[in-house]
Design a protein around this ligand. Structure first.
Ligand code: TYD
Length: 221
């Protein structure tokens, strides 16, 4: 978000089973305990219109149209989400915690789907305008471990989604994709070792977030 706004935009990225959901919930509780106003949201989704697109995308209904079309649909969902939820919250001074954002498109549709980065960047410019993430926490985990965690978390009657069905090799490609974006954009990215127990990972995340809060003159406990 640009300098004049008071809010802070934090996105979470990572492969399957990296623990984003539970870490977002912990960070939210911690920030609230320090007196911050926090909004938790996710992609694809976050608005009624984007949740409909989430269903289309994750059911695999759009798969036959190809990765470029999927990227456009993810961007359309994101546009609605930024306009109606993320930007208003940031303008209101809230800390926004978003489960996946532009970097998931760069990796899942860009690296894995072979959609050109220049095309994705054009979509990002249209959608994000002034709402770029201040920090992106990349929860980095060995894909084998992540897939084990994701499988054990899934209930027996719940089928894996379109993207979860992909093989281990694909998960490795995605991990490297995230790590190389993190390398290119070191100012925005914080790579978090997501192995080990939840408390240890939460502590690593807090170290990074607290530093940013202090830099912005916001309470960090
Ligand atoms: P979700 O159930 O939220 O999974 P996870 O716990 O892994 O975040 O499913 C979101 C899926 O959508 C996930 O497999 C990644 C994929 N995705 C994309 O392919 N492109 C995108 O731009 C986004 C936001 C998600």
């Amino acid at each position: 978000m640009n300098e004049q706004t008071k809010g802070l935009f934090i996105t979470f990225e990572g492969g399957e089973g990296a623990g984003k959901t539970s870490q977002i919930s912990r960070l939210k509780d911690h920030l609230i305990s320090l007196g911050h106003e926090v909004l938790v949201t996710r992609e694809p989704g976050g608005t009624p219109g984007a949740e409909i697109m989430r269903h289309v995308l994750l059911s695999g209904a759009a798969e036959n149209f190809g990765a470029e079309m999927e990227a456009i649909l993810f961007a359309a969902a994101r546009n609605d989400h930024v306009e109606h939820v993320i930007r208003p919250a940031l303008l209101d001074g809230k800390i926004v915690l978003c489960d996946r954002f532009i970097d998931s498109t760069r990796v899942y549709q860009g690296v894995s789907g072979k959609v050109e980065m220049a095309f994705l960047k054009k979509l990002e410019d249209v959608v994000c305008e002034d709402a770029w993430p201040d920090i992106t926490l990349l929860l980095d985990l060995d894909p084998e471990e992540g897939m084990k965690r994701a499988a054990s978390r899934r209930s027996t009657d719940e089928a894996p989604d379109r993207f979860e069905k992909e093989a281990l090799k694909e998960q490795e490609t995605r991990r490297n994709g995230f790590l190389s974006i993190a390398e290119e954009e070191q100012g925005r990215f914080k790579v978090i070792d997501a192995s080990g127990d939840v408390d240890a990972v939460a502590a690593r995340i807090w170290t990074e977030v607290a530093t940013t809060l202090k830099e912005r003159g916001l309470a960090a406990g």
